[in-house]
Design a protein around this ligand. Sequence first.
Ligand code: NAD
Ligand code: UFG
Length: 339
Amino acid sequence: MAGKILLAGGAGYIGSHTYLALVAAGFEVIIFDNFVNSHPSVTERLAEISGAPVTCVTGDVRDSAALDRLFAEHDIAAVVHFAALKSVADSVKDPLGYLDNNLGGLVTLLAAMDRARCRNLVFSSSATVYGIPDETPTPETAERRAMNPYGRSKIMCEEVLEELATADPGWAFGILRYFNPAGAHPSGLIGEDPKDVPNNLMPFVAKVAIGEIAQIKVFGNDYPTPDGTGVRDYIHVEDLARGHLLSLQSLLSTGQGHVVNLGTGKGQSVLDVINAYSAACGQDLPFVFEARRPGDVPIYCAQTDLAKSVLGFETEKSLADMCESSWHWVTSQAHLKRP
Ligand code: NAD
Ligand code: UFG
């Protein structure tokens, strides 16, 4: 296959699963990561699963010289750019830090790609760019109106990519708007591993299931949804990883960019998630209703037609698969941590 694929932020949750999807498809892949939110041991686990050594370079996407060395040493055909900070709460406390890392990182990476004449990039965007959408399921044409600095950083990044593609049609960008990634690899060797108390529902539920947290707090039971709790479009991280493979293949074969949602098109409530996780771990998980979380949206759900027509992408895995693989991952982790 001509040229390698660079995964910036490839040691993280979505990047590590995408690494395996790309290697399985025959791509030669390099991970570049500063490990601000991941651990170098991920590469050993990826080697164990894939049965082949992993090429990983430690570095920051804001470091032009490090990127120039990387592009000089390797023939890189395309980049998948996962490297970003992703906590909404932290972004409110440190908007400048988020701009520096997420927007600054993208601009520095694009400049290095330009110098190396590498013009294909898949970008990790988010459903958060829709703010409170007027329409659900939400189409890609919906207005962008983020509600926090993290979301605004994603909108700014999308705008930079659009302006660049307009200025020079030699660039091809795959902008992927993820809905709510969940689940883990079936090996139990890689998954989401938040360093602090998780903000997101699925990893929080996992901590309750494993006994590290006493009960789940359900933020709001008075939303205009079937059971009153917030509804999201949870997508298995392995389906999401395959979406990156299809996006890359499309960029490399057509030279044309795309902006697509990656979701299932199916909404699931907080209570649906708790019930599915309870079934996966074999115990009824305790929960308590609390007030709505400020800034939360009642429903997020993807319109999926475009991903299907442009990339041939359809999800294959269910909420039960997400909960079962998450449970396998957290129990495997607990076993590994035991003295
Ligand atoms: P993650 O934190 O697990 O992975 C991000 C990786 O990027 C980490 O390994 C981190 O160490 C690395 N990184 C961060 N800044 C870097 C820098 N300046 N230089 C080099 N490496 C750096 O997060 P994830 O869940 O895998 O998310 C990947 C991408 O998807 C992010 O851009 C995120 O904003 C986006 N996204 C995530 C979700 C989600 O719920 N997980 C939803 C929508 C979009
Ligand atoms: N929730 C709870 N209790 C919790 C955590 C969450 O009830 O402890 C509820 C929320 O109120 C919401 C749902 O579970 O109704 C999902 O919440 P998450 O925090 O898991 O996910 P969000 O959709 O709020 O946000 C996530 C990321 C955003 C991203 C968005 C869309 O945190 O950065 O998905 O991709 F933009």
